[in-house]
Design a protein around this ligand. Sequence first.
Ligand SMILES: [Zn+2]
Length: 369
Amino acid sequence: MKAWRFYGFGDLRMDEVPVPQVTPRHVLVEPLCVQPSVTEAQLAQGIPTLAYDRIKRRLETEAPVQLFGHEFCARIVEVHPSVTRFQVGDRVAARAKLPCGQCGQCLSEMSHRCRKGPVIGFDLPGCFSEYAILPENSLVKVDDCISDSEAACLQSLSDSVASVETADIQIGDSVAIIGQGSMGLECLQIARLSGAGRLITVDVRDESCQVSRELGADIALNAKNCNVVEVVRELTEGIGVDVVFECAGGSPRQGLAGTQTQRQALEMVRSGGKVIGVSWFGAPLEVDIDFLRERSLRYLFPDISTQAHLAHTVRLVASGRVELKSTIRHQLPGIESVPQAFEITANKSKYQAINPAQVIFATKQQNVP
Ligand SMILES: [Zn+2]
């Protein structure tokens, strides 16, 4: 089969490799639609972010190696006899981070917090290949009314569901969301479903602000045209909002906001309010702890998404309560397009992308919806 393998950072080649054999509690799938995550697209170029050291070590000791590809929709083509929940023909999506099943966290029903289990695409091959082996306990069946393209977004959506759950929004809470990329727009829609009152969003791209309004923002601010901290304070009688999601920070080389949005988040939340840190920064940050302490701020980080979160995403999209289509701008045909998808996803603002660029695989069977 054809499979993309990394020989080093920035060195991606399509090789011919054997089709993997199904093992106990695993299935063989044919990918239908796969997108690099923003984190993967940055790691592919050697930009420090989540899991950089782990990927660097694997490239130095194991290259060429199949990496990335945990955001996908795939069809099952073979199941091991020990698999009980799935059958051939099922379309599936997955969560990336898997439990080890043996540590104290796993045994005390906190398996999503396990730090020993593997991550699909980082420790196990993902779906940038014609076939892939996936563990049954990572998968969710995709409802027939969800397209392949929407299903490829479910993994990221499950992280957004976990982020909003961490915020524990109370009915009527005012919420600001900085960054209207795919996760920011997902947090917006889920916060709205979770009882948020006034919803204020921030981005620097007019097209993202427009989509944000269409998906339920009461006020979408373009940070290029105003001082967003001042505007949020004016809108809240000088108090600040109850909850802020910070979804824009990261490397300015990739068009992300650097660290300024983290400072804005802390300045626009009310005393005693919550800031949810969704972004990855790729380097240590300086934080004024006394500022947080004096205002009794709670700076929280999203819990790891669970299988229940992933199953919930299927319901949210199938019922139309969360809309993903308007964020998908780039769909590239065929497995050959994988490097182009990485390039676009690593530089989304340059290509006017909101969601990562998707690769639509040519498959041997007829696609359902
Ligand atoms: Zn464990």
